[in-house]
Design a protein around this ligand. Structure first.
Ligand SMILES: [Mn+2]
Length: 444
């Protein structure tokens, strides 16, 4: 599916973005599409499905299979100068001063002056007019009225794309209460007032499939989180106002979306139903993961009926669409789905990668371990591990680098110095992370 619409766009304060986590997986894309659809049908036309990264191969397979377009890309939700500017019409430099005076008299504080091509030439302010008047008095008999360009003064200028938070200091300390905003080419776009810059509008987000800001779209800490629909551990900051917050320990966020649909007696169209089903099958590894809940079966069964598809057969087909190790870069394998934990006061990072068969592990092992060691040093980790899960057989291996006593304490079958056979462990959050935590706490 072409992703050619991925050019830079500003977020829109009139929309509510339903958005999954960074490095989106199938459940994250599916639940954003499904939940935005449900909201749109139930009185929230402003809901928009969004993603903050490129979908992987498995997700693209699911989208193609059900002919569903991916959610819109949104890579940053911090307020920019674009979000606060007022599009005041500029006056020409050779316009008579009366043109600016009329507007000042009407209550504007700064009248932008720009050439015909948009090149800004400053602003006319009451103070600037007073200064020009004082100059002309000092100059004696010259009674000719100046033009706007002669009276215009420079004020601090910002690019519309720049983040307000990056320039808060400059805005606070400026002698001016209004600022010129220009586009990428330096051409006039509008005026921003200090008052508005100190309280810019905030993007409205509903987080799906995550609740921790560290996993959210860039700028989320400056946004307004108005809802959370998730199935992961809590790691969210406090909000100013109460918000709908659902974190339910089921196998996928898509399950929660399907349940919301059913509770409201809304049946999604086939593309949405198919993608939601894919989210469930992907996160539960076709129900083989111990994170699987009875409710995941129910939701998948219902969605399978809606899109008239054999759930189990399709599930195997979907899992096989995951790419192998050799087609991915080492960085992508290690960082693609990596989460940091604090265990016994130590920093631990565990990544997970899905494969269809372990045959590529031996030739990739050394390269992966080397980069893991780099990450461990750079991020000051006590342990870094990569869980390689074969989604076809439901078995995993673990590569691990860390403090010697920690690696030695891992309660798994060692097949190599830095490699363990995890047998049928497939869940990082439910099986691996607790086992690693127990091991670390046992030696402290
Ligand atoms: Mn999920």
């Amino acid at each position: 599916m072409p992703l050619s619409t991925d050019r830079h766009e500003f977020w829109d304060a009139s929309l509510t973005y339903v958005i999954g986590h960074q490095r989106p997986d199938t459940d994250s894309i599916a639940s954003a599409l499904g939940y935005a659809w449900l909201l749109q049908q139930t009185g929230h036309p402003e809901a928009q499905a969004t993603r903050c990264g490129q979908p992987g191969e498995q997700t693209r397979y699911a989208l193609d299979r059900f002919q569903q377009a991916p959610p819109r890309l949104l890579t940053d939700v911090a307020p920019t100068f674009h979000h606060v500017l007022e599009k005041r019409a500029p006056v020409a430099p050779d316009a008579p001063l009366s043109a600016a005076l009329d507007r000042l008299a009407g209550g504007e504080h700064a009248i932008p002056v720009a050439n015909g091509d948009g090149q800004p030439r400053g602003v006319v302010t009451p103070l600037g007019v007073a200064r020009a008047y004082a100059r002309s008095l000092a100059g004696g008999a010259n009674c000719q009225t100046p033009v706007c360009g002669e009276v215009a003064e420079n004020i601090p200028t910002f690019q519309s794309r720049a983040k307000v938070s990056d320039h808060r200091h400059a805005v606070l300390r400026a002698d001016h209460s209004e600022f010129l905003i220009v586009d990428d080419r330096g051409l006039y776009e509008g005026i921003a007032t200090q008052r508005r810059l100190l309280q810019p509008p905030r993007a409205r987000l509903i987080l799906v499939d995550h609740n921790e800001l560290s996993q959210a779209v860039a700028g989320a800490e400056e946004a307004e989180i108005i809802g959370v629909l998730d199935h992961h551990r809590l790691g969210n900051p406090p909000t100013a106002a109460p918000i709908p917050f659902t974190v339910d320990p089921v196998g996928s966020t898509s399950t929660l979306v399907a349940e919301h649909c059913r509770a409201r007696r809304m049946t999604p169209p086939r593309p949405i139903a198919g993608v939601l089903l894919s989210g469930i099958l992907s996160d539960t590894l076709v129900f083989r993961s111990p994170t699987t809940h009875e409710r995941d079966f129910d939701a998948a069964d219902w969605l399978g009926g809606v899109c008239r598809i054999d759930v189990l057969l399709y599930g195997e087909e979907l899992l096989r669409a995951s790419p192998g190790l050799s087609t991915r870069t080492v960085d992508d394998i290690i960082d693609g789905d990596r989460k940091e934990y604090e265990m016994g006061g130590l920093r631990v990072s565990i990544g997970q990668v899905e494969v269809t068969g372990m045959q590529e592990v031996p030739q990739q092992r050394e390269g992966l371990l080397q980069v893991m060691e780099e990450r461990r040093n750079r991020e000051n980790l006590a342990l870094i591990a990569l869980m390689i899960t074969d989604v076809v057989t439901g078995k995993s291996h673990l590569l691990a680098r860390g403090e010697r006593n920690i690696v030695d304490a891992l309660p798994f079958h060692r097949v190599n110095e830095d490699e363990f056979d995890l047998n049928d462990i497939v869940s990082r959050k439910k099986q691996l992370a607790p086992a690693v935590q127990d091991a670390i706490e046992s030696i402290l």
